[in-house]
Design a protein around this ligand. Structure first.
Ligand code: SAH
Length: 219
């Protein structure tokens, strides 16, 4: 029997296809997003002992007290960010192990991903290199106020819970751009969508969310 990534079939393409079926049942509809979720192996972002659980719909530990978001959470954020269209440039805040950035790499021409923990950045760069993902730029920085140098963005996806959405962040959206972010703390988080419309920012309150908190500074 093979060791490593192929394991006992729990990390195979078929297992991933079942995950995608479940995402459809959970309401994810965008075929581009479903194809991206089917294409990116989630298990390679996890340590060996956790790989067997990679396609369960649950967050899992990635070290440094952080987690990889659940497949549904990633698919949902991507679907909201894309709104049925391919994106030119997207900013992710809270890159973690790089999984969502890899999914976004299939949905956008260019992905900028900000992560404050240097150890995670090192790992995620390696994983993305192994997967031959070349259109993701990972930066070590505090992403609270976004990343002005590469702005404006078609979409900004925040993967850590913010107390509120800073104006500086919204200012980095293109006209018509969309920001998806969990707002709140602990068990009191809501997933919000903000669209940069012709008459200003339009915010929608979507659903309950559960993300790790956005923290200040780099580490
Ligand atoms: N997108 C990831 C989710 C990682 S969890 C995935 O694909 O699974 C959220 C990440 O946000 C953590 O790695 C955490 O270190 C990071 N984070 C928290 N506050 C941050 C900040 N101010 N700037 C950048 N990253 C931050």
């Amino acid at each position: 029997m093979n060791g490593g990534h192929s394991g006992i079939g729990m990390t195979s393409q078929r297992t991933r296809a079942r995950m995608v079926e479940r995402l459809k049942e959970q309401g994810i509809q965008d075929p581009m997003v479903l194809a991206a979720m089917a294409a990116i192996p989630r298990h390679v972002f996890l340590e060996d002992a956790l790989q067997i659980r990679a396609y369960e719909d649950t967050p899992l530990p990635i070290g440094y007290g952080q987690t990889i978001s659940s497949p549904y959470t990633v698919a949902r954020s991507c679907e909201l960010a894309c709104n049925g269209k391919r994106l030119e440039k997207v900013l992710e805040i809270g890159g973690g192990c790089g999984y969502q950035a890899a999914v976004l790499s299939k949905l956008a021409q260019k992905v900028i991903s900000i992560e404050r923990i240097a150890g995670l950045v090192g790992k995620s760069r390696n994983t993305l290199r192994e997967l031959r993902v070349t259109n993701v730029l990972i930066k070590i920085a505090d992403g609270t106020l976004g990343y002005k140098d590469a702005a404006p963005y078609d979409a900004i996806v925040v993967a850590a819970a913010m107390p509120y959405i800073p104006e500086e962040l919204l200012a980095q959206l293109k006209p018509g751009g969309r920001l998806v972010a969990p707002v709140g703390s602990g068990d009191n988080q809501r997933l919000k969508l903000v669209e940069a419309g012709p008459e200003g920012y339009v915010e929608s309150d979507l659903e309950a969310a559960k993300f790790v908190p956005l923290l200040p500074g780099v580490s």
